[in-house]
Design a protein around this ligand. Structure first.
Ligand SMILES: [Zn+2]
Length: 185
């Protein structure tokens, strides 16, 4: 099987058959460097499905944390960029959703949502475009993921059930990078 030895079986599967939740984009797996242990995650370069361009304005639902802040790692007065996250191609303007905590990943699919507050009003796109890498992690064995997927009511596949998702966005013009990390199981 392709990638085994560098990726775990689960990550190699996702490299070949990315999660459905990324389907609005064209995603290309990044081969890991040779290392002593196989990686349980796979990173993808993200491109526009319509035009192939690889820079996006990233949307979120910003909220200023009250005092005391109920948000882990976010001080009162700081801004939390809540999901869901859509991305707009900076070339052709196509828009798609890259992550929705209510419906994506293990908890999103099997448990009614990941434990994150989602926004509904006030969606805000970044002013500048970013190059985006999205990574999904699997800590559950492929046999169990397959069993969960086949016994679920909705039509899902094993690799939809990632237990962590991260979005790493770097600004080619040199601005502040953005990173979102979501535990989904
Ligand atoms: Zn495009």
């Amino acid at each position: 099987m392709r990638g085994v030895g560098k990726w775990t079986v689960e990550a190699a599967r996702a490299a070949d058959d990315p999660p459905k939740s990324l389907a609005a984009f064209s995603v290309t797996p990044i081969k890991p460097d040779d290392g002593p242990t196989p990686l349980p995650w796979v990173s993808f370069n993200v491109g526009c499905k319509s035009c192939g361009h690889q820079e996006f304005e990233i949307a979120s639902f910003p909220i200023i944390a009250p005092d005391p802040s109920p948000y882990y790692g976010v001080a009162s007065g700081d801004t939390l960029l809540r999901p869901p996250h859509r991305m707009k191609c900076s070339c052709c303007g196509s828009v798609g959703t890259i992550f929705d905590a209510r419906t994506d990943g293990y908890d999103g699919i099997l448990n009614g949502g990941c434990p994150y507050e989602s926004g509904a009003d006030g969606e805000d796109f970044t002013l500048r475009p970013f190059k985006v890498i999205v990574a999904v992690t699997y800590n559950i064995e492929i046999s169990e993921l397959e069993e969960l997927a086949s016994s679920a009511q909705a039509e899902i596949k094993a690799t939809d059930l990632f237990d962590n998702l991260s979005i790493t966005a770097t600004c080619p013009s040199g601005g502040q990078p953005l990173e979102f990390i979501y535990e989904c199981a």
